[in-house]
Write a protein that binds this ligand. Structure first.
Ligand code: FAD
Length: 411
């Protein structure tokens, strides 16, 4: 079998893989990205957080993203029945970007992958990694589009295979998520939402189901008059709805009067309706001999705060920093230098996701008389600044501060 060599091999050209590739190219490393699909391809995960712009910029990909013409985003709006509130991310506590984009991932992922290629990464579509041998010089077996198999040997392997979770599956690293099994049904619609509807296209809209606090909808406007529309609920709830996925989604949307009204003129059928279930996942370790797991190949929490791509980028940045030190001849402790810092931010998001589904976080955001300072700190988390330990809600890893706030807002 043919054997090739590269310094860093990246599996998957999603956000994690492409940003890691671009950062490694900036260090002068030889990088090969193997991607099993042909881009552009659909992916879910369309609302970015301002924190993610920092990583796009550090990777040298900012101009590519800005010039792609995506929908500008400056915040998040939340609605439950008569209650509504909105956060403008520019009012956040943490310094840094306060705006970002809502992106069709087919375009966005291609923009990032082509950007990494422009910076010198080798990018191969329709090359699927089939098997992996970790170790000092990890090797992978790949199938080309012509069906031929070949081997690539590398100094280091970054698994950015996302929901494919290649190394966790092959190396039995998977560990259960502590979230209940939820599912999402979603599509794109031509929304025809009128200017007078009070709908801000610069914000993601999160609507909580009028009766079930743990069932919620996303409405993510794009720059071309379409919206991504989806609903998230526990599987037991989703199973109660019969018919096609389109009928189930329409039935669920119809249960919320606000959303039903907003989307009354919407044209369906822009994209097939899809369902994804059991996406929350974890691993026993984020690294091993000769490899690290990036983005969703590691842990995926939950979509409610749109944190997935930001976490994927953060993992890419941390891994690229570790590899810079490795190539400088330093010893890298992947637990201390990669896994622990990455998980610190994931834990911040986890506390907020748990509080969301339990209902406490919703009491905080809908509180009629919030304290401005506290609201700015909460706004920072919603903007993705989950690693900024200057924010007391990040620094307090016990979650006590958040619980106290929930209690105060429940009184
Ligand atoms: P991916 O984007 O999944 O990319 C992995 C790539 O690896 C794919 O292109 C795949 O084809 C390739 N691959 C897989 N296996 C192989 C193989 N064997 N060989 C070669 N290539 C391979 N995140 C947000 O930031 N904002 C949101 O609004 C948001 N909404 C979401 C809604 C839902 C319902 C869900 C489930 C998730 C959402 N997410 C959101 C999360 C987001 O989808 C992911 O976190 C993000 O896509 C992870 O990026 P990644 O680069 O790790 O993986």
């Amino acid at each position: 079998m043919k054997v090739e060599r590269t310094e860093v091999l990246i599996i998957g050209a999603g956000p994690a893989g492409s940003v890691a590739a671009a950062m490694l190219r900036q260090q002068g490393r030889s990088v090969l990205i193997l991607e099993r699909e042909q881009f552009p391809r659909f992916s879910i995960g369309e609302s970015l957080l301002p924190q993610s712009m920092e990583y796009i910029q550090a990777a040298g990909l900012l101009q590519d993203v800005v010039e792609a013409g995506f929908q500008y985003k400056n915040g998040a709006a939340f609605v439950r029945g008569e209650r509504q509130t909105e956060f403008d991310f520019r009012d956040k506590f943490s310094p840094g970007w306060g705006t970002t984009y809502q992106v069709q991932r087919a375009n966005f992922d291609e923009v990032l992958a082509r950007g990494a290629e422009r910076m010198g990464a080798q990018l191969r579509f329709r090359h699927e990694v089939l098997a992996v041998e970790p170790g000092e010089q990890p090797r992978v077996t790949v199938r080309s589009p012509e069906g031929e198999e070949y081997v690539v040997e590398a100094d280091f392997l970054l698994d950015a295979s996302g929901f494919g979770r290649l190394l966790p599956r092959l190396l039995k690293l998977e560990s259960p998520s502590n979230f209940p099994v939820r599912g999402a049904i979603f599509t794109h619609v031509r929304d025809h939402i009128g200017h007078d509807a009070g709908f801000d296209r610069n914000k993601i809209l999160i609507t909580t189901h009028p009766e079930h606090v743990d069932v919620w909808y996303w409405t993510i406007p794009f720059s071309n008059g379409t919206c991504s529309l989806g609903v998230v609920a526990e599987m037991d709830v989703l199973k109660r709805y019969e018919g096609s996925d389109l009928q189930r989604l329409q039935a669920l949307v119809g249960e919320d009067p606000n959303l039903g009204r907003l989307l009354a003129q919407a044209e369906w059928g822009v994209m097939p309706v899809r369902q994804i279930t059991g996406y929350s996942a974890n691993v026993s370790s984020l690294w091993g001999p000769g490899y690290a797991l990036l983005g969703n190949a590691g842990e995926f929490l939950d979509p409610v705060f749109s944190s997935g791509v930001t976490i994927a980028f953060r993992s890419a940045e941390l891994a690229a920093q570790c590899l810079a030190r490795k190539y400088a001849g330093e010893t890298v402790d992947w637990e201390q230098d990669y896994a622990i810092p990455l998980r610190a931010g994931v834990q911040t998001f986890r506390r907020f996701v748990e509080a969301w589904y339990a209902g406490g976080f919703q009491k905080i955001i809908f509180h009629p008389d919030p304290q401005p300072d506290v609201r700015r700190m909460i706004c920072s988390i919603l903007a993705g600044y989950a690693w900024d330990t200057r924010n007391p809600y990040v620094a307090d890893t016990t979650g006590r501060r958040l619980r106290v706030l929930e209690e105060l807002c429940s009184a």
